[in-house]
Design a protein around this ligand. Structure first.
Ligand code: BEZ
Length: 263
């Protein structure tokens, strides 16, 4: 396992490696071309994942057993997040951080589920490292998406991924975050390149914003954090806002704030 980990870590994401890879294509076997065609087809057939669409359902093997994604979500909120590969440094810090935030996600009624294009055995070994390094006990499922079926369904790839494939046919996925509501609608998408770790506080912050917006019919301004003043949406007149909310402040007829500690 250690040697496979070392192989993963040593792979580079620079333009230079892309050039090397492209040069290597001349000597690739026919099976590689078939694989590339399959990936290109999968990329073309992948559904449009606009905010508000139903999150595509799938069945998958995970570190917590086989799942049907919609049944897994059930009536909860969910966060589906991908990372480039097991045994890579940034991913290891990310998964450790998410595992340590278990109580915060639970408090908000959000189920976590991760994904990378590696198999269950690899995930199992990697979780041991994550737990050791981050002093945690990672309990949420990680999807074993070795054939990248789910990664393509959710477009968790960048342009370079289509060429950035190793000898075993594994291509990296990017760092995607899908926040899905209990009606299984995609409510928010974040896409980060492999080089840039995510911000777990930002993930919790946007969940707070979405849930408050759903419950109270308000919107949230730039850099908002839970408890701070929120915005009365344009669909509510100031007169109605004053009946509905406390401490309504009109900065402009179209910009009205109210207290964020809405009961
Ligand atoms: C990382 O997790 O450190 C990583 C993974 C793939 C590419 C670059 C960085």
């Amino acid at each position: 396992m250690a040697s496979s980990a070392a192989r993963m870590v040593s792979r580079s994401f620079t333009a230079a490696s892309k050039t090397q890879l492209t040069a290597g294509l001349r000597t690739r076997p026919a099976s590689f071309s078939r694989l590339m065609r399959r990936y290109a087809t999968a990329a073309r057939e992948q559904p449009r994942l606009r905010l508000g669409v139903t999150a595509p359902n799938f069945q998958a093997k995970t570190t917590c057993g086989d799942i049907d994604f919609h049944k897994f979500i059930d009536n909860s909120w969910a966060i589906l997040f991908s990372h480039p590969a097991d045994f890579t440094p940034v991913c290891t810090t990310e998964l450790g951080a998410f595992a340590r935030l278990k109580d915060e996600f639970e408090k908000r009624g959000v189920k976590m589920i991760g994904l990378s294009a590696n198999d269950l055995q690899s995930h199992g070994e990697w979780i041991k490292d994550i737990n050791e390094i981050s002093k945690t006990n990672l309990q949420f499922p990680i999807i074993a998406d070795a054939d990248r079926k789910v990664a393509f369904l959710y477009d968790m790839v960048d342009q370079q991924d289509l060429e950035n494939i190793d000898q075993k046919g594994i291509a990296f996925t990017i760092r995607s975050v899908f926040i899905i509501d209990p009606a299984k609608k995609i409510r928010l998408i974040m896409l980060y390149p492999a080089s840039t770790g995510r911000n777990s506080s930002e993930v919790l912050r946007v969940i707070d914003a979405l849930q408050l917006s759903d419950k109270k019919g308000v919107t949230t301004p730039i850099d908002w954090n839970a408890g701070q003043d929120v915005i009365v949406p344009p669909s509510v007149s100031t007169e109605d806002a004053k009946k509905k909310f406390t401490n309504v402040k009109e900065v402009k007829p179209y910009l009205r704030f109210t207290s964020g500690d809405l009961k």
